[in-house]
Design a protein around this ligand. Structure first.
Ligand SMILES: [Zn+2]
Length: 415
């Protein structure tokens, strides 16, 4: 698309908008705490809505509180091209996770306005409710409802620790919309996001062309041994549940290493009972988190875990319950959307690398109902879900430039 060459977004305006948004829920350590459907989330939504209205967009809110800002195209009968992410954060979150994908979308709209560029298809900027899953579990619940993964009643009935439901909190902050959730055609969906890992920065690449997102399997294990006195019980007569857990931690780590380079394998939580210094632990609860972009490899990791845990528990004489509590299939993003991203990066001569997303994103659910791709930019030291989360302005500009071109490529445009 020759006439698209050298068109770029306004990096300073995008940065200023990010910093303005970051004031809502700003923490003393320079991060953000903007939990889903709190008063602060409402303020952030209100600011986004005001900016979009100023940019000439029409606004719609669906029953899950997802917001869609639409810049009309020449052919309103055609399915829109959509981009977006989330405005909620972790309790000790950063200034870029999610909000970057939302405001990069707004910056694309503002740039199209500046240039007087019409697109054939309408362009929509989406804000997905409760992506983080911090206040209301599970994560990405509203894009999940949009994609038909969860039903609406399930989504609206998710409750926080105080028993307040998403449905009631959406009413309270004035974002319980009337639009049906999903069920409409989307021509393409793009999500721009910080990598939340160290690879791009380490390799000195500006743009991550995201081809896949890892699948995940989460487990809960309950090991049962025999509690007994740490003094009088000889070593050979113990059924130590924590010893079993220690060997399982080693097994999980080895399973990850055996499936390098893409596998991730983590024991993140353990509860030892009775957790007393002079009692041999009788029970241990622990969690396992496996991730890999290939479903087959994940299934192999599952088999290794089950066989290994069986062996360990038999050796020590432990009882064991192992339950898979979450399964999230790997996502392969749409090849033509990925090509639009690759081409956008090439237009600017940015250094690129193909990359697999290690985290879940709204785009992973959108991929079920629309051709979808993601654009990653580096973040400093790979740190995210942390108040020190940071990104360089040139990375922020680059990702939005690539988004602009990917959107134009899919929306079709006239100078
Ligand atoms: Zn995010």
């Amino acid at each position: 698309m020759a006439q698209a060459r050298n068109l770029g977004i306004n990096g300073q305006r995008l940065w200023d908008s990010l910093m303005e948004m970051a004031k809502i829920g700003a923490t003393v350590k320079g991060g953000c705490c903007r939990l889903a459907l709190t008063d602060l989330d409402k303020q952030a939504r209100d600011l986004f809505v005001r900016w979009c209205a100023q940019a000439g967009c029409t606004m719609r809110v669906d029953r899950m509180g997802n917001i869609f800002a639409r810049r009309a195209g020449r052919r309103p009968d055609l399915a829109p091209v959509m981009t977006g992410s989330h405005l909620d954060t972790q309790p000790t979150g950063g200034r870029f996770d999610g909000v970057y994908g939302v405001l990069a979308g707004l910056e694309v709209v503002r740039t199209l306005n500046d240039l007087g560029l019409e697109t054939d298809r309408s362009v929509e900027v989406a804000v997905w409710t409760n992506e983080e899953g911090s206040r209301f579990a599970p994560a990405m619940v509203a894009s999940g409802v949009f994609a038909g993964v969860f039903d609406l009643d399930y989504g609206l009935s998710r409750a926080d620790e105080d028993g307040k439901t998403m449905g009631a909190e959406l009413e309270r902050i004035g974002y319980a919309g009337t639009e049906p959730v999903g069920g409409r055609e989307i021509h393409a969906f793009f999500e721009t996001h910080i990598e939340q890992g160290p690879i791009l920065e380490h390799e000195n690449k500006t743009i991550g062309i995201v081809t896949d997102a890892q699948g995940q399997r989460w487990y809960e294990l309950n090991l049962t041994g025999v509690e007994s006195h740490a003094g009088p019980t000889p070593m050979g007569r113990r059924k130590d549940a924590l010893l079993g857990a220690a060997r399982i931690v080693e097994l999980v780590n080895r399973t990850g290493l055996d499936n390098a380079p893409y596998a991730c394998a983590t024991v993140g939580m353990m509860k030892v009972l009775p957790n007393s210094r002079n009692v041999i632990p009788g029970r241990v609860f622990l969690t396992v988190d496996f991730r890999h972009p290939s479903d087959e490899v994940l299934a192999g990791m599952d088999a290794s875990l089950r066989a290994g845990v069986g062996r360990i528990c038999k050796d020590i004489g432990l009882g064991c319950e192992i339950e898979q509590i979450f399964y999230y299939k790997p996502v392969h993003f749409n090849d033509t959307c990925v090509a639009s991203v690759r081409q956008g990066a090439a237009e600017f001569g940015y250094s690129t690398r193909e990359i697999v997303s290690g985290a879940g994103h709204d785009a992973c659910y959108l991929a079920k109902v629309a051709p979808t791709a993601m654009i990653f930019v580096p973040c400093v030291d790979g740190i995210s879900h942390n108040e020190v989360e940071d990104a360089k302005p040139e990375w922020i500009t680059a990702g939005a430039n690539v988004l602009l071109h990917a959107v134009l490529d899919k929306a079709g445009h006239l100078a």
